[in-house]
Write a protein that binds this ligand. Structure first.
Ligand SMILES: Nc1ncnc2c1ncn2[C@@H]1O[C@H](COP(=O)(O)OP(=O)(O)OP(=O)(O)O)[C@@H](O)[C@H]1O
Ligand SMILES: [Mg+2]
Length: 460
């Protein structure tokens, strides 16, 4: 059975039960008040006859009362204290069995209220005259007319029930349709997703739970789409990055095998083969590292270090390479700080950033490593005056294999994994990496670490 049918049915059954119960209660209440009303008016009439009798209990008055009642749909029976009928507006043989002597003290006035089974409903008004004679004025009313009124009432109730039912049915169908339509759309969308089609569009804009669900499904689809795209690009990049150096290696190895080749040329070829194989092996190492980070099979072992003392040897080691390239490498400590870091990993971060500054700057420029601290925020900034990164490339610069130079020429350096690794490592330290750059002017990479961020997992 369809969900919408099931929901509709449940909804309808619940409403039906609620409606039936309330209708029954209402019906009972109306009938009860109707009967009560009749009994009250009967009793009032009986009481007024009794009051007349109390002022003068003469055969004339009694006859007058009986005469009065014989022209109405009510009957009167007047009984003396011994239980024998003094006078009655109906034939004594038709008198109901319950008309017997009653005790005035215990009486609430109603003698018969059963309008369903009995031929009459009845009330009694006992009296005791000043002369000491006592008796009872019984008032009776045929239940026929009451039954007719109630029958009519039932008929009206029946019509009302049918109308309400129809109304409920229509609103039910409408409501269920409204409720299940977005659900069906979402079901279709998730089915599409499960079949590998992530291009779903869910135009549900409501701000309720259904809207949130639709938004989540849409986000999931977009995410999966992005992942699929990324995987495709990733595989394409890997195969490309492997193919290029392997083609060189294969080519130069074949050339090097020629027996007539001069030794110096052969050495040069061997050098190229060595360089290219180092490149492949470095790339595989980087990829392996990233894979470990992705699987969370990677942990950092932090210890508290003074950043200035930590950075100084790295700076000294990097300087010759910068000198060679004619770039001035400076260390600018505005404010040093102590911080939790994994020394081996942090060195990898700094070396990678310095490698970029070196690769993408030209002679005569300056690269600065700057340390600073504001509040509990510690900054390590590497600023170069190199060629910069075009604005449109900055959002993607941390993606794996992303390079500004799409040509992937061997002269313009790496494979585009450096910053991806740096970013993962900075995040593992609980820090954030931000890159500001202006094309042809330079790049500024800032690592922000918080003083107490890694204290919990420190093991110094
Ligand atoms: N300091 C910088 N100045 C200018 N461009 C930069 C700088 N740092 C990075 N880039 C640009 O960002 C791209 C990605 O940098 P990333 O370090 O990830 O890769 P790579 O240096 O090309 O290769 P790898 O670091 O893997 O050897 C680079 O190709 C370069 O185009
Ligand atoms: Mg790099």
């Amino acid at each position: 059975m369809k969900f919408s049918t099931k929901l509709g049915l449940w909804f309808f059954i619940c409403l039906l039960i609620i409606e039936s119960i309330s209708m029954l209660v209402l019906h009972r209440h109306v009938v009860d008040s109707l009967v009560k009303e009749e009994l009250n008016s009967l009793l009032a009439r009986g009481n007024s006859h009794r009051d007349v009798l109390l002022t003068s209990i003469t055969p004339d008055t009694i006859q007058h009362i009986v005469l009065m009642e014989s022209n109405t749909d009510t009957e009167v029976v007047i009984i003396n204290e011994n239980g024998s009928v003094i006078d009655s507006s109906m034939q004594t043989s038709n008198l109901p069995h319950y008309i017997v002597k009653k005790s005035a003290e215990t009486d609430d006035g109603v003698v018969q209220a059963d309008w369903k089974q009995e031929a009459f409903i009845a009330t009694v008004s006992p009296f005791r005259s000043e002369e000491g004679s006592t008796g009872y004025v019984y008032m009776l009313k045929s239940t026929n007319s009451l039954q007719k009124v109630i029958q009519q009432l039932n008929h009206h109730f029946g019509i009302a029930v049918v109308i309400i039912m129809l109304f409920l049915l229509v609103t039910n169908i409408f409501l269920i349709k409204m409720l299940t339509k977005p659900l069906i759309r979402m079901k279709d969308a998730t089915q599409k997703i499960s079949h590998g089609d992530f291009t779903v569009k869910l135009p549900i804009k409501t701000k309720d739970e259904l809207g949130e669900l639709a938004e989540s499904i849409q986000a999931l689809a977009n995410h999966l789409n992005h992942l699929q795209q990324e995987r495709k690009e990733f595989l394409a990049s890997i195969s490309h990055e492997l193919r290029t150096p392997l083609t060189y290696i294969k080519g130069y190895a074949e050339l090097g095998r020629k027996p007539t080749l001069e030794d110096t040329v052969r050495l040069e070829y061997l050098h190229i083969i060595h360089e290219e194989s180092t490149r492949v092996s470095n790339m595989l190492e980087d990829l392996f590292e990233l894979a470990k980070m992705d699987q969370n099979a990677f942990s950092i072992q932090t210890q508290r270090r003074n950043m200035e003392e930590f950075i100084l040897p790295i700076y000294e080691r990097a300087r010759p390479a910068f000198d060679n390239a004619g770039i001035d490498l400076k260390l600018d400590v505005i404010k040093s700080f102590d911080i939790q870091i994994d020394p081996r990993r942090f060195e990898q971060i700094v070396l990678n950033l310095l490698d970029n500054a070196l690769k993408y700057s030209s002679a005569g420029s300056t690269t600065t490593i700057q340390l600073n601290k504001r509040g509990d925020e510690c900054f390590l900034t590497i600023h170069d005056q190199g060629k910069g990164i075009p604005e449109e490339d900055i959002p993607y610069i941390l993606d794996r294999f992303y390079r500004v130079e799409k040509s992937r020429s061997r002269l313009t350096g790496g494979v585009g994994l450096g910053l991806a690794i740096v970013n993962e490592l900075v995040e593992a330290h609980g820090g954030t990496l931000s890159i500001k750059s202006e094309q042809y002017h330079g790049t500024e990479v800032t690592i922000l670490l918080r003083e107490n961020e890694n204290d919990t997992n420190s093991n110094d």
